[in-house]
Design a protein around this ligand. Structure first.
Ligand code: ATP
Length: 294
């Protein structure tokens, strides 16, 4: 597990990371979410050691992160790192060799990654001759070629089409399944909600929320329920203890003191007709994000 502990960072007198602490657990995908300038890239650079913290530390399994561990992290930097004029396959093999792989192993792994990531184009194409989305796939392959022990990816999904997102997620999940901690930053909350196991929300250099995605979404429970039935749902307005918030024909949205009373409404609807849908109203990650970052 990678742990960021009480990290502060200043640029001049600008305090851009304020007591930042969170964990990146092995085997899981952790989404790092925050608006422009929130501090995501700065935090990632500090984990990688390309930037120093003014205060605080980065630990791996409770010990200060070592040079060797850092060298073995698969990193996709914000500024991307590949050479535009060099052939994609040559760069990947070169990066693999820098990490101690044989040329043959690096080539095999690179070709396998490019195929899995669905690179449209030839591995022998230069980076600059590829479309932006395909360049992005090559950059992702570059972070993965040496079978890293951990992954830190700055906006890996930006510019990818939905098919490429799915292919990338499948590959990242495979890396996580080897026990690697995986951290990725993103502005795309819908993607983060779908993809990550854990979430860290940062704004203005402060961690605003942190935990499993399911726990964060559950905390977004509103105590309200929605029901869509074939019969008119007007009768719900007469049920003691239930507050109807919205009502239109077979649709009703109501607040219920407990799940039990909400289920009684479901039973009542079933006795009057068929039920198309029923369930708690949950706030989206987008709504939770807006609330905690305000
Ligand atoms: N080298 C630097 N010198 C001065 N200020 C910097 C430097 N790097 C980052 N900052 C400032 O630190 C703050 C955090 O920036 P950072 O790049 O970490 O944010 P971010 O969350 O990654 O944003 P984005 O989503 O826009 O990439 C910003 O106010 C930025 O201007």
């Amino acid at each position: 597990m990678i742990s960021v502990r009480n990290v502060h960072r200043f640029f001049g007198d600008k305090h851009v990371l304020k007591d930042v602490s969170f964990d990146i657990r092995p085997g899981l995908m952790t989404g790092f979410v925050g608006g422009n300038g929130a501090g995501k890239t700065t935090t990632m650079r500090i984990i990688l050691g390309v930037l120093a913290a003014n205060e605080g530390k980065v630990l791996v399994d409770g010990h200060p992160i070592s040079k060797d561990y850092r060298a073995n992290i698969g990193y996709m930097p914000e500024e991307r790192g590949l050479y535009p004029k060099m052939k994609v396959i040559d760069q990947l093999v070169y990066l693999g060799q820098l990490h101690g792989m044989t040329a043959a192993d690096a080539r095999q792994r690179s070709l396998e990654l490019l195929e899995r990531l669905g690179l449209v184009g030839k591995p022998t194409d230069t980076l600059e001759s590829l479309s932006l989305g395909n360049q992005q796939r090559a950059q992702i392959a570059a972070a993965l070629v040496h079978r890293p022990a951990a992954l830190i990816l700055d906006e890996p999904f930006s510019g990818l089409d939905p098919t490429a997102v799915d292919a990338t997620v499948a590959v990242l999940r495979d890396v996580a399944a080897t026990g690697a901690p995986v951290l990725f930053s993103s502005h795309q909350l819908d993607l983060v909600e779908r993809l990550c196991d854990e979430l860290v929300i940062i704004s203005d250099g402060v961690i605003r929320a942190n935990g499993t995605r399911d726990a964060l979404l559950a905390a977004g429970n509103t105590g309200e329920w929605e029901l869509v039935s074939s019969a008119d749902a007007g009768w719900v307005r007469g049920v003691a203890g239930i507050q109807v918030r919205d009502f239109d024909g077979g649709y009703v949205r109501f607040a219920s003191p407990t799940e039990r009373e909400a289920n009684d409404i479901l039973a009542g609807a079933l006795s009057r007709g068929t039920v198309k849908s029923f369930g708690p109203v949950q706030r989206s990650l987008h709504e939770i994000y807006k609330e905690v970052t305000q």
